[in-house]
Structure formats: C-alpha cells, structure tokens
Ligand binder design. Structure first.
Ligand code: DX5
Ligand code: ZN
Length: 218
C-alpha cells in the first residue's frame, strides 16, 4: 500500500489548519513537516511551537523531517509537540546510532535521511534499528525542485539491504515527486511518497492525491 505524505512546506502558512484539513479530507496518509534551521540547509521554516499548534488539527501521523544541525538538542521538544515519526539526516549526525535510539526511547518512530549524493552504505549498520529510510530526491532546502533520477537505484539498494536483513521498513522519497516521477519510485521499492508542490499547487487536493495513487497502482 502506497502512503501519500503531503509536505506543508508548499501550503499557505497563513491558513495552515485549513491547508492540513484539505489534504486529510483529500485522502492523505501522513502530514510531512519540513524543519529547516538555516544552517544545515539554506532556508528557515518552523519549529516545535508550529508542530504543537497543528497537532490537534489532524488525526494523521506527523512525519517530522529534521533538516537541522545537532538534532539531538531539539528531538525532545518535537516529541513533546506531538511528532509521531522523527527523521534525522545521516549527514547531520556524528553518532547516528545514538540519535536513532534517543528518538525511539521517547516512544516515537525513528527515520534516517540520505541526501542525494550520500551512499546507501552509510546506513548499512543502522537499518535494523530504524522504522523508515527517507531518500532525498532533491537537495534539501526548498520545495518545487526537479527530481534527481540518480536516486532511483538508491531506492532499490535500500529495499535490497532491508530484505537481506529481514527488516520491514518504510522507504520514503522526498523531492520533486509528481505523477511522472512517483511511479519510478514505487517501482523501485518506495512505499511512502512526500509531495509538496504536486499537491498544494493543485486547488483540488483530493484530485492531486488521487492522481499520485493512480499512477502508482497501474
Ligand atoms: C525539501 C523538503 C521537501 C519539499 C518537497 O527540502 O524536504 O519535503 O517540501 O517539495 P516538492 O514536492 O515540491 O519537491
Ligand atoms: Zn521533507
């Protein structure tokens, strides 16, 4: 089953509650929340107070993607704010194994994220510890960028690695996912698709979500 996780980065922040309700009613499975610190990535977005504010707005799981330096410092605040899944970048964690367990100890799911150029081998020894692997298919920082096709073989590699270790994980792809690129991701083994502009640029959110599902089940 394919899960669709709209990224609120492309939503109208002045009407965030409505924007979240529109995708929940439109059939979204998760809400993807992009946290940027202006240091790990060249953009600033939001922090725990916004996550806490949207928590009561939706029943959907909050999929929090931390694009920040030193995530350990802020993980408890995001847990407290109501995150269901917290993903950290391999490139931002010196002690990745410790960070993953720090997330799980607090009772939420843990994910690891790889930038487009980061080899899958970086997570070989932690894949057994995580609930999800998120592969970036753009350089993180902004919505609306073009999908980098070189990530498709990496999806296959992650699927193979998880299989070899008999580990059931979610494989999520983030960046430039639309009706053209989504089938490539799913065919390679992804089961969670993040989409920002492909969903929020369409006034009919249900139609945008349906279109993504349809191309993937063909
Ligand atoms: C990029 C973010 C993405 C972004 C995706 O740094 O992690 O979640 O919002 O936006 P689209 O789908 O427009 O590429
Ligand atoms: Zn993201």
């Amino acid at each position: 089953m394919i899960r669709i996780a709209p990224s609120i980065l492309s939503a109208d922040f002045a009407r965030l509650a409505e924007e979240i309700r529109s995708v929940e009613e439109g059939g979204a499975d998760w809400i993807h929340v992009d946290v940027m610190d202006g240091h790990f990535v060249p953009n600033l977005t939001l922090g725990p107070p916004i996550v806490a504010a949207i928590r009561p707005v939706t029943k959907l799981p909050l999929d929090v993607h931390l694009m920040i330096t030193d995530p350990d410092r802020y993980i408890p605040a995001f847990v407290e704010a109501g995150a269901d899944l917290i993903s950290v970048h391999v490139e931002a964690c010196v002690h990745l194994h410790r960070t993953i367990h720090f997330i799980k100890e607090q009772g939420v799911k843990a994910g690891v994220v790889l930038n487009p150029h980061t080899p899958v081998d970086m997570i070989r020894h932690v894949i057994a510890d995580v609930d999800l692997v998120l592969l970036m298919s753009v350089n993180p920082g902004f919505g609306g960028q073009a999908f980098i096709p070189a990530v498709v073989p990496k999806i296959r590699e992650v699927a193979r690695l998880a299989n070899e270790q008999n580990k059931k994980i979610d494989i999520e792809v983030d960046g430039g996912v639309n009706a053209k690129t989504a089938p490539l991701c799913v065919e390679a083994g992804a089961n969670v698709l993040v989409a920002g502009s492909a969903i929020y640029n369409n006034p009919d959110r249900a139609a945008a979500i349906r279109a993504l599902r349809e191309v993937c089940t063909r």
